[in-house]
Design a protein around this ligand. Structure first.
Ligand code: FES
Ligand SMILES: [Fe+2]
Length: 449
């Protein structure tokens, strides 16, 4: 049972402010809020574990984290995907210390117990001499992650055995994931996921990706100065911001006119028949006009599918990233590069280089963002922050506070689609979901004592 020192009074204040659409700044660094988030959000939400192409062969595995829960994700001999707690059932040490590999069995480095790919305990050093015949090995297998399901090759885990199915949880977001991941029949991960620790609060990083194209023209100003992005300060605002159930969201950014300058910009024309084959006419319409997809699956998976490069040498790829909270002020970023399996090999390599130059620890765009996230937590801990709020629009569908925006009923995709991405609709829905989850049963236990 976690300690809940967050006073009821402070919580009421938080709730009132958030009903006005304001986000109290202290929630970005408060340790009690962080504890609630870990227990009540990450204990019950679907968290991304990896992509099927990372564990292609029987016996291949990767090690991952669901916040503080260590996970071995593997493919067993029958080709099934399994996930177990990466902790030995004898004395608890980390069972597998490698990031990835291929094994028939996992042997513990402490006393040598070994487990097969179904998690069964199959070997005990000095077995019968130490434990005798009565030791029932079947009781001491690896502990499975309660729920593991995949969608479009993306494998997720959930620590709550009663969680709704992944497909129900994703809801309308599946329609967009079908474009991002299914447009040509399947994506693959290239390279290892990059991993680094950033000074940031996970709420700020997820919001930056899922909900905030407005930062692009200022934070990433250097791209304008280099001539890669247009001068128009509204350029990342054209298109639609789509809000969905469970606070998932996507921004479908287009050119100013909403029309494609060339169809499927940045992709080779050899791919276009595949897009036509795998997408519905509505999905195809969106894919043909989009310049950037950027969004998130709540709580901590973000994605961006940009077109990068210079005229005549443009590349499109997909970057997924998982923000693993380490503290109120720290996240471990896990960052994957994905591309259509069917893309020409040369294109894949060129796109991968483009990705490395923009995202990940060596990426210029990444460094721009990381700097602002670090400064948010740095300045949000002072005494004055206890009653100060941040600027989000008090009505969710206001364009940056001055003009009402109605949903675009003609947008071909599901969800509520606003005809601009410079809007706080996804951010607001993330905040609402956050408050709903962290406040669930919060004061019931105290009152019933
Ligand atoms: S802790 Fe693993 S065998 Fe003892
Ligand atoms: Fe950014």
């Amino acid at each position: 049972m976690i300690k809940k020192t967050l006073e009821e009074k402070a919580f009421k204040h938080l709730k009132e402010k958030m009903e006005e659409g304001l986000l109290p700044q202290w929630v970005l660094t408060d340790p009690d809020i962080y504890e609630l988030e870990i227990e009540k959000i990450f204990g019950y939400s679907w968290q991304f574990l990896g992509h099927e192409t990372e564990i292609k062969e029987p016996g291949s595995y990767v090690t991952r984290w669901m916040v503080y829960d260590p996970v071995i994700l593997l493919r067993n001999r029958n080709g099934e995907i399994k996930a177990f707690l990466n902790s030995c059932t004898h004395r608890g040490t980390q069972l597998c210390t490698a990031d990835r590999g291929n094994k028939k069995t996992f042997t513990c480095p402490y006393h040598g117990w070994s487990y097969n790919l179904d998690g069964d305990l199959i070997g005990i050093v000095a077995g019968n001499k130490v434990y005798g015949e009565e030791m029932d090995k079947s009781e001491w297998g690896l502990r499975p992650i309660p729920k593991v399901e995949s969608y479009q090759g993306m494998i997720f885990g959930n620590l709550d055995p009663n969680a709704e199915s992944l497909e129900d949880y994703l809801g309308d977001m599946k329609w967009y994931l079908d474009i991002l991941l299914g447009r040509s029949g399947g994506m693959e991960v290239i390279g290892l996921p990059q991993r680094w620790v950033a000074k940031a609060n996970w709420k700020a990083t997820t919001e930056n990706f899922a909900a905030d194209p407005y930062h692009v023209q200022t934070t990433h100003r250097s791209t304008v100065e280099m001539g890669i992005s247009p001068e128009d300060p509204l350029y990342a605002g054209y298109g639609h911001q789509v809000v969905m159930k469970n606070a998932h969201g996507i921004n479908v950014i287009t050119s100013k006119t909403g029309k494609a300058r060339v169809p499927f910009q940045g992709t080779p024309d050899s791919m276009w028949p595949l897009f036509e084959q795998h997408l519905t006419p509505e999905q195809l319409d969106i894919q043909s006009k989009v310049t950037v997809f950027v969004g998130g699956v709540y709580p901590n998976l973000s994605f961006v599918s940009p077109i990068h490069g210079t005229e005549g040498d443009l590349h499109n790829y997909l970057n997924f990233r998982m923000w693993r909270p380490l503290s109120p002020e720290k996240v471990e970023v896990w960052c994957w590069f994905l591309i259509d399996k069917a893309m020409p090999e040369e294109y894949k390599q060129a796109a991968y280089k483009g990705y490395l130059g923009s995202f990940g620890p060596s990426g210029t765009l990444e460094q721009d963002d990381t700097e602002t996230w670090a400064r948010i937590v740095e300045v949000s801990k002072g005494l004055m922050m206890k009653d100060k709020e941040l600027n989000y629009n008090s009505v969710s569908n206001y364009l940056m506070g001055y003009k009402r925006v109605e949903p675009d009923e003609n947008f071909p995709g599901p969800g509520t689609a606003y005809p601009t991405t410079y809007i706080d609709s996804i951010a607001r829905s993330m905040h609402e979901r956050w408050l709903e989850l962290i406040s669930k049963d919060l004061f019931v236990k105290e009152e019933s004592r």
